[in-house]
Write a protein that binds this ligand. Structure first.
Ligand code: G6P
Length: 440
């Protein structure tokens, strides 16, 4: 077949128009001829609405991309070149529970961190590994680009428990940080580049460049004086202690607030929860609005309201990555891949989020030596959490899940860990078959 066959699992997501826009903009160098949007029967209505919008978007743009909508994953995957996954197992209802239950125990309730992140991983990993099995049969040479959260833990699981080695985990946090810095410096985003190292949602900027000149110190100085520094739509910015950031001498990512400002963030979350409910509930309302718009047969571009979602610009990261693999661009992009020695204190075979050179053979992580001692331990701790959590997800082992929950730095004790675990297991029972087919 001429051109690229791309398959997006979870294609009915409200984020899909982002991806379609990114592909349209790059069509001249990234000739995607077939885009298959795949979903589960529960997502059929959304898939049809998003799919119809996607078709209008390519028509308006005048690019010959054939869009197929399917509920049959196997049919869609056959001979794919790129497979992207953007699934939410248990839909937003499950996210709402991930966010609400820990709060009852005075623990951060968050989509990808702490107990919420653990449970999102437990639900998502077996499904992604099933997709990998299908890929082995139907498109063994395809690239798997995963955006499903928790993207770091999922990439870790794919590297350990599947034979799909052409896999990359992707997140919009790094691109969001570069854009945030560009705003802070009031320059065009393409003039800013950051050297990234760490893990997904636990990544640090080691150096910041403006037109190739190192400007980290000036950036950190500005950062501590601004409230609307660098954040995503789903994370509140409470500012930083100036001396802390100066001593850290690294650019933290928005999610570091949960670790370095735990009690402040918890208070803020509780207030927010009282006022507007969980982020999942807010997102549900936003989605309603978005799908109302998608339904409009006149709409044939990505609506600007998508910028209100935390994942804004993820398609830019995704399309840039696919474009650079396809065209062997050898440019630098931050992605989640096998460490291969890039960060000395993380096992070679584990997933890390680092700046990589993107080639036709995939991302090659840039060797950075090691992380500064002040952050090394936290990063290793989260890596341990991700590994134990991934093992719990593939085995359905209660003790492993308890171990993961207890070693997570946001959970204060083994007893609270057990209480949260038991309540969340019960709440998510339907989506955790491995945990419930065994006698504990
Ligand atoms: C962030 C993260 C994404 C996450 C998103 C949630 O930016 O990087 O991994 O999916 O926020 O956004 P939402 O609008 O769903 O709260």
């Amino acid at each position: 077949m001429e051109g690229i066959k791309m398959v997006t699992i979870g294609g009915g997501s409200s984020y899909t128009p982002e991806l379609v826009e990114g592909l349209i903009q790059r069509y001249h160098e990234l000739p995607v001829r077939e885009l298959w949007l795949v979903d589960i029967p529960e997502g059929a209505e959304k898939l049809n609405m998003v799919g119809a919008l996607a078709k209008r978007m390519v028509k308006r743009a005048g690019v010959p991309v054939d869009i197929y909508l399917s509920l049959d994953r196997e049919e869609a995957l056959r001979d794919a070149d790129f497979v992207t996954t953007q699934i939410r197992v248990g839909l937003l209802e499950a996210r709402a529970k991930d966010e609400a239950i820990p709060l009852k125990y005075e623990v951060i309730g968050q989509e990808t961190n702490g107990p919420g992140g653990l449970f999102k991983g437990l639900r998502t990993i077996p499904v992604v590994l099933d997709i990998c099995k299908d890929m082995e049969k139907l498109c063994p040479d395809a690239w798997l680009i995963n955006f499903s959260n928790p993207a770091g833990m999922v990439t870790e699981a794919v590297l350990h428990y599947s034979n799909i080695t052409k896999t990359v985990g992707l997140c919009n946090v790094p691109i969001g940080m570069e854009r945030g810095i560009a705003e802070l410096l009031q320059v065009e985003p393409n003039r800013v580049r950051i050297d990234f190292a760490g893990l997904n949602h636990m990544v640090y900027g080691l150096e910041v460049y403006l037109d190739g000149m190192a400007v980290k110190e000036q950036v950190l100085e500005k950062l501590v004086h601004s409230r609307d520094g660098i954040t995503m739509k789903n994370i509140v910015d409470l500012g930083w202690e100036k001396e802390f950031i100066q001593a850290l001498n690294l650019l933290p990512c928005p999610y570091h607030r949960y670790y370095y400002q735990t009690s402040k963030m918890l208070d803020e979350e509780k207030k927010d929860f009282e006022a507007k409910g969980s982020r999942a509930q807010v997102v549900k309302e936003l989605e309603k609005e978005l799908f109302e718009m998608y339904r409009d047969p006149e709409l044939d571009v990505k609506p600007p309201q998508l910028k209100e979602r935390g994942g804004a610009y993820y398609s830019e990261a995704a399309c840039n990555l696919i474009n650079s693999i396809y065209n062997d661009k050898r440019d630098i992009q931050p992605v989640n891949v096998r460490n291969n020695g890039a960060i000395k204190s993380i096992p070679d075979e584990s997933a890390v989020e680092v700046s990589c050179i993107i080639t036709k053979d995939g991302p090659k992580p840039i060797t950075l030596g090691d992380l500064p001692v002040a952050v090394r331990g936290l990063v290793q701790q989260i890596k341990s959490f991700e590994r134990v959590a991934a093992e719990a997800a593939v085995t359905g082992d209660y003790q492993k899940a308890l171990l993961a929950m207890t070693i997570n730095p946001l959970v204060p004790s083994d007893t609270i860990a057990k209480e949260i675990l038991d309540e969340m297991l019960e709440a998510h029972k339907e989506y955790l078959p491995l945990f419930f087919t065994k006698v504990r």
